[in-house]
Design a protein around this ligand. Structure first.
Ligand code: SF4
Length: 304
């Protein structure tokens, strides 16, 4: 098989091919907020967004991003890891700041051992000043911008209180391409009111608009979110694991085999998760997808 034992182009395979050694992502919290939380667009945030804005549990936000990175690199080195690292600006909207601040911040994590920088953001937070900084950074290291597309169906985006439209995502992907920055799109399967057809339209749209990588998430409910309230009021129905896997596989078989898959499922800490509880069975979830694809003789791009 083209990607080792996997029926899809997993990030791990891509990193080994690109660098020839193992590479770990280290999530960072640079103290950003988000225009959908600080009042610029809204104060409520997206309906599914938890209080930590998708921050990984090991992150120590009281430290500077550089200290967070060095501390986690030491953690892995003490455990015998010998490889490279990606500084991953994950929590909240990591391009939501002044040009000077962004440049200094991104520069601060370019320490020996770091082979790339990933930057998570919203599609409407990529103005000319930000793109200038990203272009500058891309001359120094490998840069990937993770764009929170979620869906390309405008009624869904409105329901989620995203505060942007699908056209913003299309424009963001076009502008990032012009800036020579790699594009990772973040999409969610099982959003309220969406059918499999709408989900697959999102996958077709992001491929048409252009991206080098995709991160799939299933919809899960996190504590202290509006989505939690809707869930308890039975206003939303979550996909079962089997349903999500069917949707995911239908997306994978239609996907360009050159697109790198960063994730197949959403990830949530146990103490923050309301439902579905199968979210926590990370290894089993991935194994089920691979088994299903193997059993049916399917692979990424088979029906493209
Ligand atoms: S854009 Fe991101 S950080 Fe902001 S509210 Fe939505 S999910 Fe949370």
């Amino acid at each position: 098989m083209k990607w080792g034992k996997r029926p899809y182009y997993a990030l791990k395979v891509y990193l080994e091919k690109r660098f020839g050694f193992p590479v770990k992502r280290i999530a960072l919290d640079a103290g950003f907020t988000c225009p959908n939380r600080d009042g610029k667009l809204s104060r409520g945030g997206c309906v599914y967004c938890g209080e930590e804005g998708a921050r990984a549990s090991y992150v120590q936000p009281e430290l500077s991003p550089r200290e967070q990175l060095l501390s986690r690199m030491r953690f892995w080195e003490k455990r015998g890891f010998r490889g490279g690292y990606i500084a991953y600006f994950q929590a909240y909207t990591n391009t939501y700041g002044e040009q000077q601040r962004l440049r200094a911040l991104y520069d601060s994590v370019l320490v020996p051992g770091v082979v790339g920088v990933f930057i998570g953001t919203r599609p409407d937070c990529l103005d000319d000043g930000v793109l200038e900084v990203l272009t500058y950074l891309a001359q120094k290291t490998w840069v990937t911008v993770e764009v929170g597309v979620q869906s390309t169906h405008d009624p869904t985006l409105a329901l989620l209180h995203r505060g942007h439209k699908a056209s913003d995502s299309r424009e963001a992907l076009r502008r990032l391409r012009e800036a020579h920055v790699e594009r990772l799109v973040h999409v969610i399967g099982g959003l309220p009111g969406e059918t499999q057809e709408i989900f697959l339209k999102t996958i077709a749209d992001v491929q048409e608009w252009g991206c080098e990588a995709i991160k799939f998430h299933h919809l899960f409910v996190e504590r202290n979110t509006l989505l939690e309230k809707w869930y308890h009021e039975e206003k939303i129905v979550l996909l079962s694991r089997e349903e999500y896997i069917m949707w995911l596989v239908e997306a994978l078989v239609r996907l360009d085999p050159e697109i790198v898959i960063h994730r197949l499922f959403g990830d949530c800490e146990k103490d923050r998760l309301v439902a579905p509880l199968w979210t926590l069975e990370k290894a089993k979830n991935v194994a089920l997808v691979e088994q299903f694809m193997g059993f049916r003789d399917l692979w990424q791009g088979k029906y493209r």
